[in-house]
Design a protein around this ligand. Structure first.
Ligand SMILES: [Zn+2]
Ligand SMILES: [Zn+2]
Length: 214
């Protein structure tokens, strides 16, 4: 299994391509708003995209979905609680931020504990609401890799003041799920550099604050 990180768009959103070096099948996680960048990488590596997985519905993570899907027909996965926002340009903030309406009907709705599985990878869905109602992390089974979207970054956590944000839910996600991850787990966030959980436990002040806060 190979992993590539592409940093795209005004908000420097991380998109990821997770692929198998033998079959060349690829999952795309959070294609931001630079469809050309993704297509170039896919063509250069001769990859065969088999699915787009969205950590949440925000505009900076979903801009390339429609064009990518037109070029490479494949299902779009999102947590069931983020499906409505994905199809609503006001909730996903594409209208206010891009002045362009993005509305996407997902193909596959997932929930906590679901697996997206192929011959070469098994991805586990971990529901981590707080930034959005259906925000989720994606764990690669048998690897210390978890894609965390905008739930948690290396030294910060996701905003809770946008539509669907919920501080109590974020606190629960951090305490009941994220804080249980082992030190050697690497988080691959929606913005900024990847980091180990060991690093997060030392340097991420917002994470530490949420752990302490009553
Ligand atoms: Zn977001
Ligand atoms: Zn974002």
């Amino acid at each position: 299994m190979e992993l590539e990180r592409l940093v795209v768009g005004m908000l420097e959103t991380n998109g990821y391509i997770l692929y198998d070096e033998y079959s060349l099948e690829a999952f795309i996680i959070d294609p931001g708003d630079e469809v050309k960048t993704f297509i170039e990488r896919i063509q250069k590596k001769r990859l065969k995209p088999i699915g787009i997985i969205l950590t949440h519905y925000h505009y900076d993570h979903i801009g390339a979905v429609i064009e990518l899907k037109e070029k490479y027909p494949m299902p779009v996965y999102i947590h069931k609680k983020d499906a409505k926002g994905l199809n609503d340009p006001y909730i996903n903030h594409s209208i206010s931020s891009f002045r362009k309406a993005i509305a996407i009907i997902p193909d596959k709705l997932v929930k906590d504990g679901d697996h997206i599985e192929t011959s070469w990878v098994n991805l586990e869905i971990i529901h981590t609401p707080g930034h959005t109602p259906g925000g989720m992390c994606i764990k690669v089974k048998n690897e210390n890799i978890i894609f965390t979207g905008d739930t948690i970054f290396n030294v910060d956590i996701g905003r809770m003041d946008l539509d669907g944000g919920d501080e109590q839910a974020m606190k629960n996600s951090i305490r009941n799920k994220i804080s249980k991850w082992k030190d050697e787990v690497m988080i691959y966030p929606g913005h900024g550099d990847p980091a180990s959980m060991e690093y997060v436990r030392k340097k991420n002040v917002e994470f530490l604050y949420m752990m302490k806060k009553r």
